[in-house]
Design a binder for this molecule. Structure first.
Ligand SMILES: [Fe+2]
Length: 189
């Protein structure tokens, strides 16, 4: 039997990453680059802020769908287990569109859970399991928060000339959310 010759380090790197250069961070979160998009830098900065807020709330809604997919219960378990996961997938696509729009505009997108938790305006869900009616009510509230801010952000982006951001907010975020609200709300009519 051969003995491994790999030398195990002391584990200090598990507390702090080994960063190869002093300048590991190439762009501060609060500073936008200027990309040649024929877009005023103030307009781009304002869109970056709005899109990051929308991203934090969309990530939260996405995760709320997965929580409810996992923790579904009751006589309609299978229907909601599947429906919540379908909506999770659709929200997941939106997070990618929003994050990449932030990067396109020269900003830095939210990515990690603690930053998202700090920024979102969607109320925190408990870690306990909730019944279907409560799950739906919680999801409808989150959708309405997003729809309300998204409509304002879409109008602001359009009037400032950022039509690309307006298009993503209207064609993707608002329309997906409205459709998902319909599917949820039909269960509580
Ligand atoms: Fe699953």
């Amino acid at each position: 039997m051969t003995t491994s010759s790999i030398v195990r380090p002391d584990g200090a790197h598990l507390k702090e990453p080994i960063i190869p250069s002093k300048h590991g961070e190439t762009q501060s979160f609060s500073i936008a680059r200027r990309n040649p998009l024929a877009l005023d830098s103030k307009v781009a900065a304002s869109s970056i802020d709005n899109l990051n807020q929308l991203l934090a709330d969309t990530i939260t809604l996405r995760d709320l769908y997965k929580k409810h997919h996992w923790q579904a219960s009751g006589p309609m378990f299978y229907v909601f287990h599947l429906l919540f996961d379908k909506h999770f997938e659709e929200q997941s696509k939106l997070t990618d569109l929003l994050a990449e729009r932030v990067q396109t505009l020269g900003g830095v997108c939210f990515a990690m859970a603690p930053d998202v938790a700090e920024a979102t305006i969607i109320p925190r869900a408990p870690n306990g399991r909730e019944d279907t009616a409560t799950q739906i009510a919680r999801l409808l509230q989150a959708h309405e928060i997003i729809l309300l801010e998204a409509r304002t952000m879409a109008r602001d982006a359009a009037s400032a000339g950022d039509l690309g951001s307006n298009d993503i907010i209207v064609s993707n975020v608002i329309r997906t959310s409205e459709l998902q609200v319909w599917f949820l709300a039909e269960h509580v009519q």
